[in-house]
Design a protein. Structure first.
Length: 173
């Protein structure tokens, strides 16, 4: 049997205050430094068959061999975040993987009982999706299609953590 190699490249927590939690994650786990991107708007989004524009802010830092994302929702309405967390709640939301082909990944996960829940496009042209693994794993799986820009961003976050001395754990990007 040919088993695909879907490596986890990111773990993401949904929180109410990304800056506060970035400082906590840096202090508690040595994760970071975290780079904050405020008010991320999408080119388009669709959640469970309906349009959704889940505007959000994220903080990205390195945690060992994976990126850690802390995300907060800025707009209300349906979203993959609100599927798991009401206002005031927080917790593990998703793990992410980068794939060569999104439709192939969708088919693979759907056959495994992990259906597509959300498809979105960033303003910079990166498509990403959330697959609903809540019944099997208790969280979502985010998939991105490989691009040089995405790989470059992951590499930037990883290299910023090398030799980081713990100072300035929260930074603007």
């Amino acid at each position: 049997m040919d088993i695909p190699d879907f490596k986890v490249v990111q773990i993401a927590y949904f929180v109410e205050d990304i800056r506060k939690h970035a400082a906590i994650m840096a202090q508690t786990f040595g994760a970071g430094p975290f780079y904050v991107v405020d008010h991320i708007e999408l080119e388009w989004g669709e959640h469970r068959g309906e349009r959704c524009d889940f505007v959000h802010s994220s903080a990205y830092g390195q945690w060992g061999s994976v990126m850690m994302e802390l995300v907060q929702q800025e707009s209300e309405g349906p979203s993959p975040f609100r599927d798991l967390f009401a206002p005031g709640q927080s917790g593990l939301h998703h793990v992410a993987t980068i794939v060569d082909d999104l439709p192939t990944a969708y088919a693979h996960f759907d056959a495994a009982g992990i259906p597509l829940a959300t498809r979105s496009m960033t303003k910079t042209g990166t498509e990403f999706s959330f697959l609903d693994a809540t019944q099997k794993l208790g969280h979502f799986i985010e998939v991105y299609e490989h691009s040089e820009g995405l790989r470059g961003f992951y590499e930037f976050i990883r290299t910023q953590a090398q030799d980081w001395d713990g100072r300035s754990p929260v930074r603007s990007l």
